[in-house]
Structures are given as structure tokens and as C-alpha cells.
Design a protein around this ligand. Structure first.
Ligand SMILES: O=C(O)CCC(=O)C(=O)O
Length: 322
């Protein structure tokens, strides 16, 4: 039925919940063309454009396209703060079109995570997201599904997401390489990413193949299994790439603490944590162990005092005089 195996299959015609779930179980994704009310996506798109324009990142133009002005900001925190304060974004991430699909999939009322990256990816700058599975990032939380939403038409030149169908059944921890910088966090993480193109726990490129994608349009929704392997293409156009990754899980499952904060709040948390880890003099490896431990299991503030206490636990003082 689907002649081209490099293109995402559309799921709009799966009217029955059983069929929908079967397809999701088989392929690890569902793709819906033009399912979100265009007024809602257009409102968010236009509000995000206003923010980028206000910060001088895009040029004002008649067609309201996100053409990059060439300006580079060292820190995007203020831009992100303005975006996460948008009412249209807040409404879109939990709009009824998406919630209905997710509830059909899970067969239960769902919780929409506040932790939603709204991606504003400038042309040519930055490494595209390497191949990964989302459960790796949030592996202490419950199982969840992702709703990837284009906030503009995204063709191959703008980049966008691509995935390996059915990879959620095949890939596991053993497929990841222990690369230098694998566990880096916060600013150290971005620095290594910029220098060595390491952003996330990585599946080596030779292990992955058979990616599929499509030309995404406003109103589309791509639903991902949290274990499906995906990545993004480089943005080689003149435009910013605008998209968002929403996440959902059944309301009666364990909702991890970090699902309840915005991406910006998470950024602030990881910056403060990194400062504390550096101040306490932890090595890169100790930083990673302590960060993951506190972040995933406890989720409370990481202070220099806490880091020192953890370090003493890892490196107990020796007995006697030496
Ligand atoms: O949009 C992207 O660059 C990648 C999206 C992604 O990795 C995700 O949704 O988890």
C-alpha cells in the first residue's frame, strides 16, 4: 500500500483504537497529516516568531517566514523564557486533538508534560540531534509517548525529525557506545557538543540505518514510542527550524518530578547543579554519577554541600596517618 519505504506512513485512516495501537506497537510511531486545528498551530507559530523578532533573531518579512537575521545570542534563556510564557504554546501542548490521540493510544486519561522543548534551531548552527531513544533521557520516569509538532512547513533543507520504524523492538542499552562526554550535563555538555558533536547518549552511526521522514506541514502530528530510534537532519536553509516535542503518560502512572517543570526551569536547574558540582571540585565522572543520582531519584536542589557529602561517600577518608 505504501510504495515508498523512505516516507512515514500516515495513520489518519486508522479509525479504530485497536488498529491504531497495533500499528503503534508494530512501527513505533504514528503520523497524522493535518490533524491539529490550523488556527491553534498558526497562533503558536506567530507568537514564537514575534519573540524571535523581538530578540532580533529573525528578519521582519512580508511572508512571516522565520528567516534568520544572522544574529547569534550566547544564551537563549531569555528567548526560551518568553516562549514558555506564551498562552498559545501552553494551549497547544495540551490541545484536544493531541490529547485525544494520546488517550486513544494509552486507553486512559493522559498527563501532558510541562517539560516540552520548543526548538528554535538556527540555520547551519548547532549539531543536529544524533540518533537516540527518548527513554534514555528520562529512564527513571514512567513510560511515555512523544508528540512531535512542526511549527512551520519543514522540508529536507530545514531538517526535522526522521526515525527508524520498529526500532523500539530492536535497540537497547547494549547498542550505545561509551563515548567521551557521554554523560556530560549543562554547559559542559553543550561545549562538548559544539566541539565534538556529542550531545546525547549515542548509538554509533554504523549501527543505524533505514530512517524514514516526510515533508512536515503545519497541522501535522508525529507520535513516537519512547524507545523508537530517531534523530534530526541539519538545517541547511536560511530559516530557523521551529518545532516542539510534547510528551504524555497515563495520569495514573508515576509522573516524575521533572515532567512538571518547563524546559527553561530545567535549564536553570542544570546550570545551578553544574555550578555546585564545579564548586565542590567533582571530577567529570563524579559529576555525572552525582547528577544522575540526585536528579532521577530525588529531584531536589543540588548544592555544593550535598555534592561534598556524596563525594565523601564515594571516596571515604583512609584510616590512620599516611
Ligand atoms: O526535533 C528534533 O531535533 C529532535 C526531536 C527529538 O529528539 C525528540 O522529539 O525527542
Amino acid at each position: 500500500m505504501y510504495a515508498d519505504s523512505t516516507v512515514l506512513k500516515e495513520s489518519n485512516e486508522n479509525s479504530n483504537d485497536t488498529e491504531l495501537r497495533q500499528r503503534f506497537d508494530e512501527d513505533g510511531y504514528l503520523f497524522f497529516r493535518n490533524i491539529i486545528d490550523l488556527k491553534k498551530v498558526n497562533q503558536t507559530r506567530s507568537d514564537v516568531l514575534d519573540v524571535l523578532c523581538r530578540f532580533g533573531l529573525i528578519e521582519e518579512n512580508e511572508n512571516n517566514e522565520p528567516i534568520w537575521s544572522g544574529k547569534v545570542l550566547a544564551d537563549l534563556i531569555d528567548v526560551q523564557t518568553a516562549i514558555y510564557a506564551l498562552e498559545s504554546y501552553e494551549q497547544l501542548r495540551q490541545c484536544n486533538e493531541i490529547m485525544t490521540i494520546m488517550e486513544r493510544l494509552w486507553g486512559a486519561p493522559v498527563y501532558s508534560w510541562k517539560l516540552v522543548p520548543v526548538r528554535t534551531q538556527p540555520p547551519k548552527a548547532g549539531t543536529p540531534t544524533p540518533a537516540h531513544q527518548d527513554y534514555q533521557l528520562f529512564f527513571r520516569g514512567g513510560r511515555f509517548s512523544v508528540g512531535w509538532i512542526p511549527l512551520m512547513d519543514i522540508d529536507e533543507s530545514v531538517g526535522g525529525i526522521e526515525l527508524i520504524p520498529a526500532s523500539h523492538k530492536i535497540f537497547s542499552e547494549t547498542d550505545y557506545a561509551l563515548l567521551e562526554g557521554r554523560f556530560l550535563t549543562g554547559r559542559a555538555y553543550s561545549q562538548v557538543a559544539a566541539e565534538k558533536a556529542v550531545l546525547l547518549p549515542q548509538i554509533p552511526p554504523e549501527k543505524v540505518g533505514g530512517f524514514v521522514r516526510t515533508n512536515y506541514q503545519l497541522g501535522d502530528l508525529l507520535v513516537l514510542h519512547d524507545m523508537v530510534v530517531h534523530r534530526s537532519l541539519p538545517n541547511v536553509s536560511k530559516k530557523f527550524r521551529l518545532s516542539m516535542d510534547t510528551r504524555f503518560q497515563p495520569q495514573d502512572s508515576h509522573i516524575p518530578w521533572y515532567a512538571k517543570m518547563t524546559d527553561c526551569e530545567y535549564d536553570g536547574y542544570s546550570r545551578r547543579s553544574e555550578d555546585a558540582l564545579l564548586e565542590a571540585g567533582a571530577t567529570q565522572e563524579e559529576m555525572q554519577r552525582i547528577f544522575w543520582k540526585i536528579f532521577y531519584f530525588e529531584g531536589t536542589e543540588i548544592t555544593p554541600t550535598r555534592v561534598r557529602a556524596e563525594l565523601r561517600r564515594y571516596n571515604p577518608p583512609l584510616f590512620g596517618a599516611f
